[in-house]
Design a protein around this ligand. Sequence first.
Ligand SMILES: Nc1ncnc2c1ncn2[C@@H]1O[C@H](COP(=O)(O)OP(=O)(O)OP(=O)(O)O)[C@@H](O)[C@H]1O
Length: 241
Amino acid sequence: MTLLETHGLTRRFGGLTAVDGVEFRLDEGEIRALIGPNGAGKTTFVSLLSGRIRPSAGRVVFAGEDVTRLPAHARVMRGIAYTFQITSIFARMTLLDNVRLAVQRRMMRGWRGPDARALDAAAMAVLDRVGLADRATGIAGNLSYGHQRLLEVAMGLGLRPRLLILDEPTQGLSDAEIAGFVDLVREIARDATVLLIEHNMGVVMELAHRITVMEMGQILAEGPPEAIRADAEVQRAYLGG
Ligand SMILES: Nc1ncnc2c1ncn2[C@@H]1O[C@H](COP(=O)(O)OP(=O)(O)OP(=O)(O)O)[C@@H](O)[C@H]1O
C-alpha cells in the first residue's frame, strides 16, 4: 500500500529550484534511502514532507489525505515524524524529559492528558530501544554528538510514527555505534516506514529496500540497492566521471 506520494513537488529559493517537480511514492513498511550529492535537494525535499517548509508548487499525500497545506504539528499528529539536526533537542533538560515531551505529544492525541507514570514508562522504553536508558537522567547537552543523534531518534520514536524520516542519522557516530544504529532501524521498520537521508553507502546498501537518488532537485534514479550500485548515471553523479 502507498503510504506517501508527492505530485509535482517543487520548492524555489529565489532563482534556485531546490526541489523540482518531484513525483515520489513510498510504500508502507519499506526502508527507503534518499541519496545524492551535496546540494541535491534532499533536506529540502524531506522538509516539504514534514511540513517544516512550504512548497512553491505541487502536493504531498499521506495515507490518502492531501496534507500539503497542513502545518508540521498537524502532520506529526497524523504520524509523520522528522528528526532533523540537533536543534530539536533541549540541551539543558535530561534525556528522559526530552523523550517525555515527544511521548506526551503523542498521548495528547487522546482527549485525556497522560498520567505521569505511564509517560515515564513509555519514555524509558523508548530510551531503552535506542540504547540510552542508562543515561536517562543525564543532561542532553552533555552527550556526545553521536548520542545526541540517537536521542533525536528516540524523540522521533516517542511519537510512535507511521513514517519516520531520518536526516543523516549516522553522522558523527563511531563504527560500533553505526552497527547498533543499523539494527535499530531494522527494528523500527517492523512497525513503521522509514525514509532515510544517508551519505554512508555501507549503511544504505545494508538497510534500504529501495534507493532514490536525487540530483539538482530531481529524481535521477530509483530502485533496489544492486540496481542503483550498477547504474552508470548514479556513478557519474557521485564520481563526476
Ligand atoms: N533556506 C534556503 N534558502 C536558500 N537556499 C536554500 C535554502 N535551503 C536550501 N537551499 C539551497 O537549496 C539547494 C538544496 O539544498 P539541500 O540542503 O536540500 O540539499 P541536500 O541534498 O540536503 O544537501 P546536503 O547533502 O549537503 O545536506 C542548495 O543549493 C541549497 O543551497
